[in-house]
Ligand binder design. Structure first.
Ligand SMILES: *Cc1c(COP(=O)(O)O)cnc(C)c1O
Length: 464
């Protein structure tokens, strides 16, 4: 067997990758034709690839590397924990110190009345837990007909069968027999694409009231919970109008519908607070967590649960758990990550300094001829590419064609910016400095200019 190392030529690594490694959300043939970019190392906000490029990672991996790359403290903690107790579970009346310490710390950080955590290995698993937990909760409360979970079109809640069903991605539902029964989707608060002639405020209210209509149509005795991301992430960083969340909260309260805030992206400082629920002013009963919980250094997720739900669930046996629930190494690493976020004042700095700085630069992109709207909350932002701003027009080309061209220009300019359809999105590490924000914006503008030139050259600045 030959050792495969960073020192091999890029083309050889790419060929082996294409031969054996199946990639998520990727066309395998495209990987084989073009070769994947091989990432070999990273520090702070910068990635290195096998050709020696230094790439600014404006997506923090997949929205997760909140404290930035290269924090050796986390490696030390992981190594120490592996030596002491690499694995044990918390099934059947056992526990260990990392699980105790992390759950205690999360209870401290979470909003009042949320003092209990059920751990998982990922956000998808945590949302699967939530499906079973809320339905079991209502069973145990003597209301077994409350089964339906209401979610939203274009939501992202994970990729397992359960969490993918909660999500509202039609491309995912088309593959593998999803959604599972008793999941219902309502409209998303995406004013740019769907708001028509309404003001954003009226539109936000209307979309929230779809929840009330759905509850009334199905009967409140059938509805268990509503799940949503405080700010949609993978759907394209869609910031809801200010009217949206207060109305959703009112409806959940009125009909006794549990509110699940999927904080997998919004949590741990992304919006400038510990949780997006705080930024959006909502009072969830369950919060899904993952990603920034460990800054991606270890796979871990979980559900932070209200005292009321925990009391009911704990009164019986919850027949649920993963081999890696409360994994000691992942828990210890997450705890160290939370220590760094807290003691270095990273979230405060985001809220008070770097996020306002980024916001001013990001919103200035509206001056660019391709950019129709700029959204930003904390360290997550989007811009919408359009051939005609005034009419909020979409391109004549298939959705995503232009976004893909722009993303390719970003890659070529050593910037990782993702596209969702024809929206470009960022979610940089929270430790990004003002100087690095300047670099991000410079590379983004250059990429937008190049994309715009391509579109003009090819006659693609056309509304459809
Ligand atoms: C990424 C994500 C998930 C799924 O988390 P995984 O760790 O990939 O399973 C769930 N919800 C939201 C909002 C996410 O962004």
């Amino acid at each position: 067997m030959n050792a495969i190392t960073n020192h091999m030529p890029t083309a050889e690594l790419q060929a082996l990758d294409a031969a054996h490694h199946m990639h998520p959300f990727t066309t395998g043939d495209e990987i084989a034709a073009k070769g994947a970019r091989v990432i070999t190392g990273a520090d702070g906000v910068m990635l290195r690839d096998s050709d020696g490029n230094q790439i600014l990672d404006a997506m923090a991996g997949l929205w997760c590397v909140n404290i930035g790359y290269g924090r050796h403290e986390l490696a030390e903690v992981a190594a120490r924990q592996m030596r002491e107790l690499p694995y044990y579970n918390t099934f059947f009346m056992t526990t260990h110190v990392p699980a105790i310490a992390l759950s205690q710390r999360l209870a401290e950080l979470a909003p009042e009345g949320m003092n209990h955590v059920f751990f998982a290995g990922s956000g998808s698993e945590a949302n699967d837990t939530n499906i079973r937990m809320v339905r079991t909760y209502w069973d145990m409360k003597g209301k077994p007909s409350k089964k339906v979970i209401i979610s939203r079109h274009n939501a992202y809640h994970g990729s397992s069968v359960g969490s993918g069903s909660l999500g509202g991605m039609s491309g995912m539902h088309a593959q593998g027999g999803m959604p599972i029964p008793d999941i219902h989707h309502i409209g998303q608060p995406n004013w740019w694409a769907e708001g028509g002639d309404m003001t954003p405020e009226d539109f936000g209210l209307m979309r929230a009231q779809e929840l009330e209509q759905a509850i009334n149509e199905m009967g409140e005795d059938r509805v268990a919970a509503f799940i949503a991301e405080p700010v949609q992430g993978a759907g394209g960083v869609i910031v809801p109008p200010s009217t949206y969340w207060p109305e959703i909260q009112r409806i959940c309260d009125k009909y006794e519908i549990l509110l699940i805030a999927d904080e997998v992206i919004c949590g741990f400082g992304r919006t400038g607070e510990w949780f997006g629920s705080t930024t959006m002013g909502i009072r969830p009963d369950i919060m899904t967590i993952a990603k920034g919980l460990s800054s991606g250094y270890q796979p871990i997720g979980g559900s932070i649960v209200s005292d009321e739900i925990a009391t009911v669930i704990n009164s019986g046996e919850f027949n649920h758990g993963y081999t890696y629930s409360s994994h000691p190494v992942a828990s210890a690493v997450a705890l160290e990550n939370l220590r760094i976020l807290d003691e270095e004042g990273i979230i405060t700095k985001v809220r008070e300094t770097t996020a306002p700085y980024l916001k001013s630069k990001w919103e200035a992109l509206l001056d660019h001829p391709l950019v129709g709207e700029a959204n930003i909350v904390g360290m997550m932002g989007s811009i919408v590419l359009t051939p005609h701003k005034e009419s909020r027009a979409a391109f004549k080309s298939d959705v995503g064609t232009v976004g893909y061209i722009c993303r390719e220009r970003c890659f070529a300019n050593n910037l990782v910016m993702r596209h969702v359809g024809d929206r470009m999105i960022i979610s940089p590490p929270l430790v990004i400095t003002e100087g690095e924000i300047d670099t991000l914006i410079e590379r983004a503008v250059k990429s937008l200019d190049e994309c715009h030139a391509t579109l003009k050259r090819d006659g693609m600045m056309v509304a459809g």
